[in-house]
Design a protein around this ligand. Structure first.
Ligand SMILES: O=C(O)CCC(=O)C(=O)O
Ligand SMILES: [Fe+2]
Length: 457
């Protein structure tokens, strides 16, 4: 079980509506956020690291006992940080969690709907319940190593002097804070505006049986890759109306309709949706000749894009125009732990992982938890840089999420496990292999399995 799952269960059992886990390393001077439920992004940002004595969690550490408030919104004790008001809840408790040796290991936060006073007995009961957590965080050396591997993607300004070089090098993801705020799209994209300019355009969109896109939870390829069609304006209105689970079932991406493509020096702009390009700007962070493809993305609350790498070998700048997304990114060296669908298998989406990150299958859960991961909260106006070959998956958290992303070919293509494996796939698909006999399928599969390698090798 991960800390996130533990927290979800804890909230459910205690009737909490929002919560957090901050971990404390043995010698650390700060608490570090390792799991959260229903915290608005600015609160996540502000509470990523908490010093002793600051806010309810910092005070729970300092006082070594649970700290509670009857109402976060109206608290006047001084124990609650003003920023905590952004959490949509009232009563709250910060619970210190100790290991068997009595050392503080974590602080668990839980918030409830409505005012509530907590008796000493209730607080002790919560402490006892929360005490099952340190086993998760520190039950073995392996777990300790595992939870240390999460990195917050660095937020940097568009004006950072060496930005273009850092992107070209593609060593790690970056969040260019406010890097798309100057786009006209940032100021004016709304359902009304988009419907005015492109509302009649007939589009196709992904139509999932769940919130996952593609929906690899389904048994057949037809269900995994199902599509619907509608005029663009009608599609957009559907994203923000109707029951919550319905809103997450639809996703429009450039798979359905690209905005711009540049191939061998010639740019092709989509005759109808290409109009959207007038409201954005191709980033000046790479040479225009290197531009490969521009896509737009539109979705409602709750969509999950499945864990995958972009198989075009391009660097990617993804501009968040409206809404916001939470993203996890895994470096190409983690290929084996990502368990991509193998060549010669039933699933043709070879750049996608077999892992359902929202409910990891037992066979994959340890590898997913062991993989080094970068996390980013992408807010409207931000530009997220996804280096070539990095795996990524997004949770869509705004009411209307709209993005435009720009892929360009790196000047010096990188060679890593994922790039090498994709080269094998590309060679296999361009080779004239004739009819694929079972023996040939098995051989291709063996090659791909060898290229993917073993976790941790
Ligand atoms: O926005 C998303 O959910 C996915 C974005 C993505 O996969 C990409 O930009 O390559
Ligand atoms: Fe992608």
């Amino acid at each position: 079980m991960t800390a996130q799952t533990w927290l979800q269960n804890f909230l459910q059992n205690q009737g909490g509506i929002a919560g957090s886990i901050h971990r404390k390393e043995e010698e650390a001077e700060l608490l570090e956020l390792v799991a959260s439920v229903n915290l608005p992004p600015p609160v996540v940002e502000k509470t990523r690291h908490i010093p002793k004595g600051k806010g309810m969690a910092g005070l729970a550490w300092e006082r070594n006992r649970a700290v509670s408030t009857c109402n976060l919104q109206t608290d006047s004790s001084g124990d609650v940080q003003p920023g905590a008001k952004a959490v949509n809840a009232q009563a709250a408790v910060a619970i210190p969690v100790h290991d068997a040796g009595g050392r503080l290991r974590a602080v668990v936060g839980i918030a409830f709907a409505g005012d509530r006073d907590f008796s000493e007995d209730e607080l002790r009961a919560l402490e006892q319940l929360a005490a099952s957590l340190p086993m998760l965080l520190h039950s073995s050396g392996r777990r300790v190593a595992r939870t240390k591997l999460a990195t917050a993607v660095a937020r940097i300004p568009l004006s950072a002097s060496d930005l273009a070089e850092r992107l070209e090098a593609g060593v790690e993801p970056l969040l260019i804070a406010g890097g798309a705020r100057h786009y006209r799209a940032f100021a004016c994209w709304s359902i009304e505006y988009l419907s005015d300019i492109c509302g009649q355009v007939e589009i196709q969109f992904k139509s999932s049986s769940s919130n996952a896109h593609p929906d690899f939870r389904q048994p057949t390829l037809a269900q995994m890759f199902a599509r619907g069609s509608a005029p663009f304006g009608e599609f957009l209105r559907g994203l923000v109306s109707g029951p919550a689970h319905e809103r997450a079932r639809r996703l429009f991406t450039g798979d359905e309709q690209f905005l711009l493509r540049r191939r061998r020096g010639t740019e092709t702009i989509h005759p109808e949706l290409g109009r959207l390009l007038d409201d954005v700007e191709v980033p000046a962070l790479f040479a225009r000749e290197r531009l490969h493809t521009v896509w737009s993305w539109f979705s409602g609350l709750g969509v999950r894009t499945w864990l995958h790498y972009d198989n075009n070998g391009c660097h990617n700048l993804n501009a968040q125009i409206t809404g916001h997304k939470r993203c996890a990114l895994y470096p190409p060296s983690e290929l084996a732990r990502m368990h991509p669908f193998v060549l010669g298998g039933d699933n043709p989406a070879h750049n996608c992982s077999a892992i359902d990150v929202e409910a990891p299958q037992p066979a994959f859960a340890d590898d997913l938890a062991d993989a080094r991961v970068w996390h980013a909260e992408v807010l409207a106006g931000d530009l997220l840089f996804i280096p070539a070959w990095w795996f990524h998956t997004f949770e869509h958290l705004g009411e209307l999420n709209s993005n435009v992303n720009f892929w360009w070919r790196p000047e010096r293509p990188q060679w890593n496990a994922t790039a090498a494996r994709q080269a094998l796939l590309d060679a296999a698909s361009s080779a004239e292999l004739g009819e694929r006999t079972p023996a040939l399928q098995a051989a291709l599969r063996a090659l791909d399995v060898a290229a993917i390698g073993q976790p941790g090798a």
